[in-house]
Design a protein around this ligand. Structure first.
Ligand SMILES: NC(=O)c1ccc[n+]([C@@H]2O[C@H](COP(=O)([O-])OP(=O)(O)OC[C@H]3O[C@@H](n4cnc5c(N)ncnc54)[C@H](OP(=O)(O)O)[C@@H]3O)[C@@H](O)[C@H]2O)c1
Length: 282
């Protein structure tokens, strides 16, 4: 079987390729990126650019299964186009089974909101692909660790409100994705890769404080205050907008879902937020 990973050079893509190399003996593995030189040397590397659909058809040809990992573009409309181009190209290249990375916050929301791209991508996949699976990821524990690094200086973990979030380690998302690509019986399934528990705002501040041995508290802020604080800390405006979208989804409860899918698909229990934070700051 030929298994492709589109977005193979990114953090998640590299981790999926590593899982496939470890567990997928006997299968051909193809990594697709705009820069094939950045793909793992042990796999076949092909050039494919989500902004140039014609390159994708050639890149996806001959694949039995393909994982589409979206770009990290936050510019309005760009990630939507990337999903549609990749799905259309995979269908055109007659890929047997398309697996799409999505998010637990996939909802039919206003087109300008970051998560709209995932919902329209899922809908397009269902309409277009012969066989498909969707893996919705929860919020990365590693992304929270990046925010937490700023909180160490300020002593504050900010939020738009209390929220329970089942933070998942990127490595566990990769293990689940590899499980779908290598296994059978996943066509038409929507999975949720989550951590082992949903953790509230106050609880995550307490956890961070315990690990770093310094006081940190959770503070609920108005949107304007949160936005202003990030801009003052020189976070680029497009990322500030993305963080606000994420915070809104936190408060709406979209990431408050705990499943056994990482263990079922990846073959191991998911790491806790404590484990990820202790590795980073302990
Ligand atoms: N759940 C969460 O908490 C969370 C947090 C952060 C990000 N994410 C999302 O999860 C996904 C994977 O995250 P990540 O950390 O692995 O992201 P990443 O390291 O930025 O990787 C993105 C991948 O997309 C590829 N890419 C970007 N633009 C492309 C284009 N025009 N054509 C083809 N490939 C393109 C990149 O490949 P080349 O540059 O080599 O072409 C790279 O392999 C992203 O969609 C990201 O937005 C989720």
């Amino acid at each position: 079987m030929q298994i492709g990973v589109s977005g193979a050079s990114g953090h998640l893509g590299k981790a999926v390729v590593a899982e496939l190399l470890e567990r997928g003996s006997g299968h051909g593995i193809v990594g697709i990126s705009r820069n094939p030189a950045t793909v793992h040397a042990a796999v076949e590397a092909r050039h494919g650019d989500y902004d140039r659909p014609e390159t994708l058809i050639a890149a996806y040809r001959g694949l039995d299964r393909l994982l589409i990992i979206p770009s990290s573009e936050v510019e309005a409309g760009r990630r939507d186009r990337h999903f549609l181009s990749a799905i259309d190209a995979a269908a055109e290249a007659s890929v047997g089974h398309i697996v799409m990375m999505s998010t637990a916050a996939s909802r039919e929301v206003d087109a300008h909101e970051m998560f709209a791209a995932y919902f329209s991508g899922e809908q397009h996949l269902m309409r277009t692909a012969r066989r498909w699976s969707i893996l919705r990821m929860n919020y990365y524990a590693e992304s929270f660790a990046q925010v937490a690094a700023m909180s160490i200086g300020s002593g504050v973990v900010p939020g738009l409100g209390e929220s329970d979030v089942a933070f998942v380690s990127r490595a566990d998302v990769a293990a689940a994705a590899a499980g779908i690509l290598l296994g059978d019986g996943h066509a038409g399934a929507i999975y949720n890769a989550t951590g082992p528990a949903a953790i509230g705002g106050r609880e995550r501040a307490e956890l961070l404080a315990e690990i770093i041995g310094k006081p940190v508290h959770f503070a609920v802020m108005a949107e304007a205050q949160l936005r202003g604080g990030m801009l003052q800390a020189n976070v680029p405006p497009q990322y500030v907008a993305a963080m606000i979208d994420i915070e809104r989804r936190f408060v709406a409860g979209d990431f408050n879902i705990v499943t056994g899918d990482v263990e079922r698909l990846g073959g191991r229990a998911p790491r806790s937020l404590r484990t990820v934070l202790a590795k980073q700051f302990g």
